[in-house]
Design a protein around this ligand. Sequence first.
Ligand code: SAH
Length: 465
Amino acid sequence: MQHFPIFLDLAGRRVVIVGGGAAALAKLRLLDRTEARITVFAENPDPAIVGITSAQRRHLVGRDFGPGDALCAALVYAATEDAAEDARIAAIARAEGALVNIVDNLEDSQFITPAIVDRDPVTIAIGTEGAAPVLARSIKRDLEDRLPATLGMLARIGKAFRPLAEALPMGARRRDFWAEYYHDAGPRAAEAGEEGVKAALPALLERHMAVAPRKGAVDFVGAGPGDPELLTMKARAALDRADVVIHDRLVPAAILELARREATVIEAGKTGFGPAMPQDEINALMVAHAGAGAQVVRLKSGDPTVFGRLDEEIEALEAAGLDWRIVPGITAASAAAASLGQSLTRRGRNSDLRVLTGHDIDGFADHDWRTLARPGAVAAIYMGKRAARFLQGRLMMHGADPATPVSAVENASRPDQRVFRCTLGTLNDDLAAAGLTGPAVLMLGLAPRAAETALTATETQEIAL
Ligand code: SAH
């Protein structure tokens, strides 16, 4: 981010625009919405500029800009549409301590003007660092369509009502009140104009005051394999209203960013072998926050019901008499299958699918090796990286074909996803050569579709998808 967005208080501050043509007029129209004291320097101003500057706190000076003219100015726009003249103005203005923008000259400007969606006091600034003005305009158009014209009025009236709304306790109840105001009661009342909105607010507040305090609860939410677009809408909604988010380390930052801005975000650790917060501590955290009335999201990678120690956490909540629910997510095996372009089950090949862990609490996990070793068997092996040698040995001992395909999908669905096709006979060496560093799921019995027909027994290949 080269340009950092801020909102500058221009009330009563001096702003200078130099130029009398279309560029200067465009800037003047924008700035005219502020409470700045605006001075335009132009020898031959457009009539529209003359019109706007005849108002209060607007000023037109009918000569060239010169030394001393930018003194005490917060902002100066060089908008003469003449490069040499703009450079001269910018040099003077900078020396006099103003921030300078040269219209259509990103490089020599100290700040840029974003595309603006104005629902004052709600103001949205859109910037693309000058990379794609077309994109900024289309985002602006989308937002203009989406945000009701009454939004500004609702926000203004809402702001004045804030002290009264403090009668509701801070947190979920006050938030519920405002959510209903902005999303439902407010827009409806706005049909009767400003007075309608003002009349509706006290009644709405009274209704919310009468509602019994909300109980805290825990949502066990599946974050999916990592791509934020693979979150369910329920997961989004839960993140949106969370007071506290307790997440596993595998949940990427791009998903955590979707949590409500005020939410307390706590990492509970738990990667395969890394340092982890003890389970008791995680349970205690959930119980403490939900017990105090918070909406807690316990965010787990993939699906919370798959290798997520969910039952232990549910038992802790039930022991404390707290409510909970499960929001399913896309498990790593589903994401890996999608990346391979393969179906997890197939008529005539496998009518069952096994979901295994390479590890369990006692170390390498034991399984029904005889069934897994049969031709056509398909299994998704989680936490299998370090168990590769063990898995390979057990399966071959029970008669599995060394040519059986095994795919490793690392960081499934993420930008850094890698897919490796291996074979059972050389699985351990293949994986060592692959040098996996991220979470990976091994798909026994499946090859990437593109490689399905051309599988060689020995080589490991990274498939670029
Ligand atoms: N509840 C999760 C699994 C948690 S166990 C789920 O349903 O996916 C952690 C294991 O999941 C990792 O060791 C890895 O085997 C697998 N895993 C999780 N995210 C993954 C991803 N994006 N790509 C590949 N494997 C993943």
